[in-house]
Design a protein around this ligand. Structure first.
Ligand SMILES: Cc1ncc(COP(=O)(O)O)c(C=O)c1O
Length: 379
């Protein structure tokens, strides 16, 4: 059995380090926020090269609070992608603002730059762009920031799947999440930097936004029992910060390994003569894709998925129903056919097993199984 994500090896290796740190939390009894959380925030600031990291209770809260910090209000429009997890857009809608879904680029699965520009030209009350670095592949932040400046809107990056991915920016590199006004991360256990429960973070280079976020996560209360903003309870647990601090020490190595595994998948599929039957992801050498997910495209996705399941290989579909076609967003008025590239991708994508401990033999078995299924289904 090869699971789509298997964390057992990972935690076997790190158990001692993690338990040591967790014991310290119990000794100090600082269970919520406190020094473990601020230590983790500092470490993230250094690793991501960003001025402020504000830990919160989940990635969903991170996006929600980042939108409040950008003063997104009822009736405002926020351009985003429909090919993402629900939390990206629900955060917009919960504020009474309107997600303005635009289509994706079929090669990268990220939000299409011409589609953003088209939306900016033809709509009023657009306040922000919310790109997602999907599957760990960084969105084209250079173009997004240029458009944001031209049209005077802010940028909130959803980097929940891309901790440590690099963005090409002004002839150099910057980490995903650090270019917009704010960047949001999730530390859900399945993420490339995951904890042992829920957790999230907002990062920013803006002192004022950071101050506001630090208050918003504490019920909008800058001092005890004085509530200045409509904040929420979104504190990170010290136990999560303890686990995450240990994992953070390995993230660079893990991201490199993910990239190597992606390269090996591609080589195996090419050697097996499958490059015409399935669309392989491009593997950039420069860590602009950290392969949180390794996702292929194929026309017969569902039958391939069923076959792999019989062979004991776990796969996932991220995401089978695009957000613009979700029942809860019916009021926005999108219909089938509104966003064609997204709808096609949702029928064709398949994410294969991906985690740093995946072995060569496992990858060979997966490639062999896919070859068998594709050959047997050819007329
Ligand atoms: C792109 C994206 N945004 C937001 C979230 C929400 O994060 P969380 O599950 O930590 O609330 C997730 C993860 O589930 C995600 O993948």
């Amino acid at each position: 059995m090869i699971k789509q994500l298997d964390l057992s090896e990972h935690y076997n290796k790190l158990n001692d380090d993690i338990l040591k740190k967790v014991r310290q939390v119990f000794e100090t009894q600082q269970f919520v926020m406190g020094s473990f959380v601020s230590e983790f925030e500092k470490a993230c600031e250094t690793y991501l090269d960003v001025k402020h990291a504000v830990a919160v209770a989940s990635g969903s809260d991170a996006v929600y609070l980042a939108l409040i910090s950008a003063d997104i209000k009822r009736g405002d429009k926020v351009i985003t992608t429909p090919f993402t997890f629900f939390a990206t857009a629900s955060a917009i809608a919960r504020l009474g603002a309107l997600p303005l879904f635009v289509d994706i680029d079929p090669g990268t699965f990220n939000i299409s730059i011409p589609a953003i520009e088209h939306a900016l030209k033809h709509n009023r009350r657009i306040k922000a762009i919310l790109p997602v670095h999907l599957y760990g592949r960084s969105a084209d932040m250079q173009s997004i920031m240029e458009l944001a400046r031209k049209y005077k809107v802010c940028v909130i990056e959803d980097a929940a799947q891309a901790f440590g991915a690099r963005c090409i920016y002004k002839n150099g590199y910057r980490k995903a999440g650090t270019l917009g006004d704010t960047g949001c991360f999730s530390f859900y256990p399945t993420k490339n930097l995951g904890g042992a429960g829920d957790g999230g973070m907002v990062v920013t280079n803006d002192d004022k936004i950071a101050d506001l976020l630090r208050v918003l996560r504490l019920h909008g209360s800058p001092e005890r029992y004085i509530h200045k903003y409509m904040g929420i309870n979104s504190r990170l647990d010290a136990l999560q910060a303890a686990v995450l601090s240990v994992n953070l020490n390995h993230i660079e190595q893990w991201n490199h390994t993910r990239m190597e595994l992606a390269k090996r998948y591609n080589d195996l599929f090419k050697e097996a003569g499958l490059a015409d039957s399935i669309v392989l992801p491009e593997v950039p050498e420069d860590l602009t894709h950290i392969f949180h997910q390794y996702t292929i495209r194929t026309k017969n996705r569902d039958s391939l998925r069923d076959y792999l399941k019989q062979e004991g290989i776990g796969t996932e579909v991220y995401y089978p129903v695009p957000l613009h076609l979700q029942p809860v967003f019916k009021y926005l008025g999108y219909r089938k056919g509104s966003l064609k590239q997204t709808e096609l991708a949702s029928k064709q994508v398949l994410s294969l097993p991906m985690y740093p401990e995946l072995t060569v033999d496992q990858q060979k078995f997966i490639a062999g199984s896919i070859k068998k299924q594709i050959q047997s289904s050819k007329p």
